[in-house]
Design a protein around this ligand. Structure first.
Ligand code: FBP
Length: 253
């Protein structure tokens, strides 16, 4: 883990990563509530909001859309991803982009990698992450781990102890920021954060909820020592994403 407080993806110690890899991870269903969200251009426009410290996208979206916004939007390239269409024996998210390509060709300021700790493929993913983490050090870009405990032995990935363990794995393996599911209360989030040392720990947004319930969780998470969010649907499935980003800006910075 490195101190990334001076990095462009952190503002006053906090981050809002606008996650937009849903076209790969979930497919068109996530764009149905706001059909204009299927057009990446619209999401890059949203990412210009001051509250957003980076947009997280797959390489194809980065290639097609980032150039025009590079002065206004910090790019985080998600280096692995998987679709909902296949049914593997257990969870695995293959790497589809190198750190070199992300930084040199796409202009990434940071990279992200989903880790399914607990899967039969954990060893393969640890090895891929090793490569990513060491290459990221060479280029001086932060590495964010999407810490998703998933696999046959994991019966409940929302258990605080399981979320904490997955987040801790990020610290152990050299991530600079870990993204985990919000465990449901300030006290439970404190438990998670107690395991992650000085590593930035941000909560995921999850499926879309009303403003009140979403913002309450964000507030509690920050009070617990959380460092912000990596959030997708709770922004781009809203009719007015700017409005909720204004609120997040007030809470976080
Ligand atoms: P959301 O805020 O919409 O949950 O997005 C965050 C994210 O991590 C995305 O990067 C990713 O596509 C999605 O959640 C994965 O969701 P799931 O938990 O359903 O696999």
């Amino acid at each position: 883990m490195k101190d990334i407080d001076g990095s462009p993806i952190v503002r006053n110690g906090k981050s809002v990563i606008l996650a937009y890899d849903h076209g790969l991870e979930h497919g068109p269903v996530d764009f149905k509530p706001q059909p204009e969200s299927a057009d990446p251009e619209n999401i890059f426009k949203v990412a210009r909001h001051d509250a957003v410290t980076a947009i997280a996208v797959q390489k194809g979206i980065a290639e097609g859309y980032h150039e025009k916004y590079r002065d206004e939007v910090n790019l985080m390239v998600k280096l692995n991803g998987t679709s909902n269409l296949w049914e593997p024996e257990d969870y695995y998210s293959p790497k589809n982009c190198s750190v070199r390509y992300a930084v040199e060709e796409l202009g990434a300021e940071a990279v992200g990698y989903t880790m399914y700790a607990g899967s039969d493929y954990e060893a393969r993913m640890f090895e891929e992450f090793r490569e990513v983490q060491e290459e990221a050090r060479k280029y001086g870009v932060p590495v964010v781990m999407w810490a998703y405990p998933r696999g046959r032995p994991i019966k409940n990935d929302k258990k605080t102890s399981t979320i904490s363990y997955a987040a801790r794995i990020g610290l152990e393996l050299g991530a600079d920021m870990v993204k985990c599911k919000y465990p449901g209360s300030r006290q439970k989030m404190e438990e998670v954060v107690s395991q992650t040392g000085n590593m930035k720990t941000v909560m995921s947004g999850g499926s879309k909820r009303n403003d009140k319930s979403f913002l309450k969780d964000v507030e509690e998470s920050v009070k617990a020592g959380g460092d912000g969010l990596a959030v997708g649907r709770n922004i781009f499935q809203r009719e007015n994403p700017e409005e909720i980003l204004d609120r997040l800006e007030d809470i976080l910075y």
